[in-house]
Design a protein around this ligand. Structure first.
Ligand SMILES: [Zn+2]
Length: 137
């Protein structure tokens, strides 16, 4: 089995075995090309990654909301040896107002901290994942 196959299997098995119901629902939404997370109906706290309960007040009274389209690059790293994705393999945090920082794959030429990016989707090994692309100015 080659390394790409191992990584692909680990991703799928990981989601199936270790993901709670909120994680599974998150990936189902991605498959439908919806980028969603959870918001508390009691205190309005938004969690990312999504949870079955609020990490602020521990209420289970949550709802699903769409993540705002645009954010700004908070930090990133460009991996020189790309295994899972085609080079350049850029992983970073995108800060979205009201949501917080989202760990994600980034795509774009000459990415810099503070750049405006917006989410999109990418199919990888049968999974739909989120990716942020630089907004063309
Ligand atoms: Zn809450």
């Amino acid at each position: 089995m080659d390394i790409r196959e191992i990584i692909s299997r680990a991703s799928k098995e990981g989601i199936r075995h270790y993901g709670d119901s909120a994680t599974l629902k998150f990936y189902d939404f991605l498959k439908e090309r919806k980028f969603m997370t959870t918001k508390c109906r009691d205190c309005s706290n938004i969690d990312f990654p999504p949870r079955n309960f609020c990490t602020n007040c521990f209420s289970e009274n949550i709802e699903w909301i769409e993540i705002p389209k645009r954010g700004r690059v908070y930090a990133f790293t460009n991996q020189k040896r790309a295994l899972r994705f085609v080079y350049p393999d850029i992983i970073g945090f995108v800060e979205i107002e009201g949501v917080g920082r989202i760990l994600t794959k980034l795509e774009g030429e000459d990415i810099k901290i503070g750049d405006e990016v917006e989410w999109d989707f990418q199919e990888v090994d049968g999974l739909t994942l989120h990716i942020f692309r630089k907004v063309k100015s």
